[in-house]
Design a protein around this ligand. Structure first.
Ligand code: NDP
Length: 453
């Protein structure tokens, strides 16, 4: 059977057995279709039915989370942990607490995580988890009680050699602390079962900064190939959470001018450059919306979501040289891509997971815009999580500079792996294909080595 037909059959099968899981289908479609050159060159993967196997999680755990709010009322949310692949190491991937979370979202994130983790060159398998719980508007005590209830089920399935969750949207240092405390209480073990921990109790320096910093390191490596750099470049960044803030911080260090940020309510355009101290205070300390930033900076332009372009996002309509989507999936659509091209953008560097829609990606490619896929460009976070696991295992504590140097080297290696793979398959600079093929090959070869388990 021709490879194309085989892939269509598998995608049909995924649609039939995962109805309504649009993001999961989108992610599998992108990965499988970009593997065609590899599958045509090496028939072992089809012979061993690796594609049919890799799109099914090894295990999906779905559980009820009952907790009590401040009014003393029982509240119920759904918890998930999808352990997708342990072919190259213990499961690893974040937890997302956001009202939009469902099984399809967690499966798409877990599937992407398999290949991302493989690209880091470290021994970590792929997983993802979370809940439709919304920490926004909840008191600290409510968040604590939710995290304790969530961990009361999750602890049965994780461990430092089995599955090591971390943060993602809605899960930061506070949530990791409450989750860790409950794990310790239930098991009696003080072990590196979560990453993103506080520095006093096993966390790694530079973990908080790692995804954003790593994203900028990746962009620098990519631009260097074409004898370009970030110096003086006007950069748009979306989001104003962990990834966005530390992307902005590292962009300043690289001599660039980050001119935007956004949240779920609106977008800030600050032509002279985002005031980082002010953004950190608003988001990390006071947890307020970006309207606060606009009121503190009258020269910044604030666009509320109700004024966004039709089917698009205000942040991508700001003229820029490089765009760093760093908020959430499918936040950069076709109309946005058209605007980026019109404004002369040279690189889209994904900090978030799958922020670019498939038609937007095609448009960027067809118009020769460089494109860094999230599974490569944002892999600095999970790589540094693995560095946290190493420090926990050896009971050591590395300095910020030591971790940052390792992160730089890892991002350089991730870029080289992905770029070299694009050359090997005659699509120089197509890092989507490069990342998918390189990540898949490592995991698939390991699956073949280990037999049909
Ligand atoms: P945070 O929760 O810290 O921040 C998320 C940001 O995105 C916030 O500004 C939030 O705005 C905005 N946002 C989230 N959902 C939506 C939505 N549906 N519509 C509009 N805006 C939204 O998350 P992170 O910074 O950690 O994660 C950002 C992205 O990076 C995600 O795709 C995540 O999976 C990915 N990622 C994160 C890693 C990490 O180490 N943290 C590692 C690798 C990837 P608001 O506050 O108003 O909701």
């Amino acid at each position: 059977m021709p490879v194309n037909q085989k892939i269509e059959d598998i995608l049909d099968y995924i649609q039939k057995c995962s109805p309504g899981q649009d993001e999961f289908y989108q992610a599998t479609q992108e990965v499988l279709q970009s593997l065609i050159p590899l599958l045509e060159q090496d028939n072992r993967y089809l012979e061993h039915n690796i594609l049919e196997s890799i799109v099914v999680p090894e295990r999906s755990i779905i559980f009820r989370v009952n907790w009590v709010d401040d009014a003393g009322k029982r509240r119920t949310n759904v918890g998930y942990r999808v352990q997708f692949s342990s072919a190259i190491g213990p499961y690893k991937g974040g937890l997302r607490f956001h009202p939009t979370v469902n099984l399809g979202i967690i499966k798409f994130l877990g599937f992407e995580q398999i290949f991302k983790n493989a690209l880091t060159g470290l021994q970590i398998g792929g997983a993802k988890g979370g809940s439709n719980f919304d920490p926004k508007g909840k008191s600290d005590n409510e968040v604590m009680r939710f995290c304790q209830a969530f961990m009361s089920e999750l602890y049965k399935h994780i461990g430092n050699k089995r599955d090591v969750p971390a943060g993602d949207i809605g899960v930061g240092a506070r949530e990791i602390g409450y989750l860790f405390g409950q794990y310790k209480k239930l098991t009696g073990e003080f072990e590196g079962v979560l990453t993103g921990k506080g520095l006093n109790w096993g966390g790694s320096r530079a973990r908080k900064e790692a995804t954003g910093y790593g994203s900028v390191y990746f962009a620098e490596n990519f631009l260097k190939v074409y004898e370009k750099d970030l110096q003086g470049r006007r950069c748009t960044v979306s989001g104003s959470g962990n990834v966005a803030i530390y992307t902005i911080e590292k962009l300043y260090a690289a001599g660039a001018v980050p001119i935007s940020c956004s949240d779920s309510k609106g977008t800030i355009y600050h032509e002279k450059g985002i005031d980082l101290a002010s953004l950190k205070a608003i988001k990390e300390i006071h947890h307020k919306s970006l309207e606060e930033y606009a009121s503190l900076h009258p020269d910044a332009v604030y666009t509320g979501v109700s004024h966004y372009p039709e089917n698009g996002h205000a942040v991508w309509h700001i003229p820029c040289d490089v765009a760093f989507p760093s908020a959430t999936q499918n936040e950069l659509t076709l109309v946005d891509a058209q605007k980026l091209v019109e404004n002369g953008c040279i690189l889209v560097n994904e900090g978030a997971n799958m922020p670019t829609t498939p038609d937007a990606l095609d448009y960027l490619r067809n118009n020769n815009v460089l494109f860094s896929p999230g599974k490569a460009a944002n892999s600095g976070g999970v790589a540094t999580s693995q560095l946290e696991m190493s420090q926990n295992a050896s009971m050591s504590n590395w300095s910020f500079e030591e971790v940052d140097i390792k992160l730089r080297t890892i991002m350089q290696n991730v870029f080289k792996t992905v770029y070299d793979t694009s050359i090997e398959f005659d699509c120089e600079g197509d890092l989507v294909k490069g990342a998918n093929i390189a990540g898949f090959r490592k995991v698939a070869d390991s699956m073949i080595d280990q037999g049909s388990v």
